[in-house]
Design a protein around this ligand. Sequence first.
Ligand SMILES: [Zn+2]
Length: 343
Amino acid sequence: MQDSTHNPVKAQQPNAKSFPWHEKNWKYFTQARTSDHLPHALLLVGEEGIGKYFLAERMAKSLLCIQPVAFEACGNCQSCKTYESGANPDYTKIELAEDKQQISVDQIRKLSEFLTYSRSFNTHRVAIINPIERMNNNAANSLLKSLEEPANNSVIILVASHLGKILPTIKSRCQLISVASPTHNQALDWFKQNHAEVEQAELRLNIAAYKPLKALSITDEDITQRSNFLEDLSNIVNGNLSVVATAKKWEKINLELILNWQITWAQQLIKEAECGSSTSENNNNNETDRLNQIQHALFSQIKPDKHWQLYQQLIKQKQYIHTSVNTLMFIENMLLLWLEAGR
Ligand SMILES: [Zn+2]
């Protein structure tokens, strides 16, 4: 067994240009600039962990650079250098303050003030707000004013993971840019090119639902915990463990996390039934081999005509997760779905 006390992989600053799944968005951005039709506010929306913030930064740097090459920031000019040192006078970013759950109205007021200053040595003034759905109502209302009457040559880039949580009045004043998630192969290639040092890349990506930046924070402990839960599921289906005792054992775990694991397994179950087993080749890794064995044992016990039903029922559980559910009962219900699917 491998050491499970290993720390999470350090999220290094990825090279913004190396996210191939952003290319469509980047093309839109450069074309809008070529035709001089770049909107004053861009709203970047996409799933968590796919590098939206790096796309926002790539755009910001491009707008600020004094001598961009094919719209890409040069990295050498005064503007680029001050950006890298965090002191570019024409750039600001609004984020969640440490220990705060929301972006405050004061932060947005400072932003509005910033946008009215005259430019220093850049052609634009640029602000990034991330994540936009964490603004409180007062902050959102305050931002509306800046969006309605944009300052000359200013661009605000808003970043969000949940479009449904953004006020319609904000959405309607921004150009929406949907950022696609990578395909499994794109995510894996990105990992190999940028984080070749990371062990078990495919497994980490799988746990993180192929969101590469999320996968970087998966710890060895996370991997072991997930295998242990899968093993318990398998033992419930074959009758070696009771639902009640197992639910009690996992009572303290994050419900969304274990539900997402199960949804991924149900998806894999369906995929393997249709396309054959996709478990990765033996890569001489104990934990991966162990996981593959447990997964095979569980999958072989689930009745083929119940695959879809299981998947749909697990998806249905999502709606109860943020309500005041009884944790124990919630886990029991999920476990019973597997037991039922094995009958
Ligand atoms: Zn530059």
